[in-house]
Ligand binder design. Sequence first.
Ligand SMILES: [Zn+2]
Length: 259
Amino acid sequence: MSSRERVYRVEAIVLRRVDFGEADRLLTVFTPDRGKLRLIAKGARKPSSRKSGHVELFTHDQFLVAAGRELDIIVQAETVEAFLPLREDLLRTSHAYYLAELADAFTAERDENRPLFHLLKDALGWLCTADDLALLARYYELHLLGIVGFQPQLFLCGNCKKELSAGTNYLAPGEGSVLCQRCGADQTGTVRISANALKVLQFLQIHDWGTCRLLRLNTPMHAEMERAMQHYLLYHLERKLKSVDLIHRLRRQLEMNQR
Ligand SMILES: [Zn+2]
């Protein structure tokens, strides 16, 4: 017998799901003890399959898994928390895609990260009832970056280390920080950030969601914060995030419907 367990139990959140072979699905899940895993859900696409109901996207589940030669296989599944509102409202769904996509993009397989599991689980729960989905997305980005080792320094200039002043500053992803007006003005690859937007990002970075959710921001402020954070994230990911376009398309559609 190999030292690897033949059957094991995991708690998991389903990040991604693709068809696999004739009737199976390949799930990308995030677990507290084993990080990101890829697991086969057997027969999950057959309407009669008992297991299929338990492998919905963005659910929190308990799996019994059998080690396979190449990929491990789910032999039993039970839902711990379904997060139903995330499947009933398109805008919430698109944000759930975004939270899952970021967790997937910033982690390697089998890299344990318990704080990230808890952040993801909490954020999916908050997303079910949050009023301001964009605010939650920014909160999640900042806390995820801290957990995966890319936390931006938002309080001191990354170059001269002086406290940032109330004027225009520059977010510099390459430095992993904000630069003051003097140090940042001639730097390439930076994005200007207003004093107010910076204040909100600082607030989000150091407070919990219970406090942050009370913030009320206008549309231009949201747009500026999103631009800044996307600039920072894309630099570190070196690829586009699919769900960002989805969110923008949906928002435009909703705005048109409201006219
Ligand atoms: Zn400086």
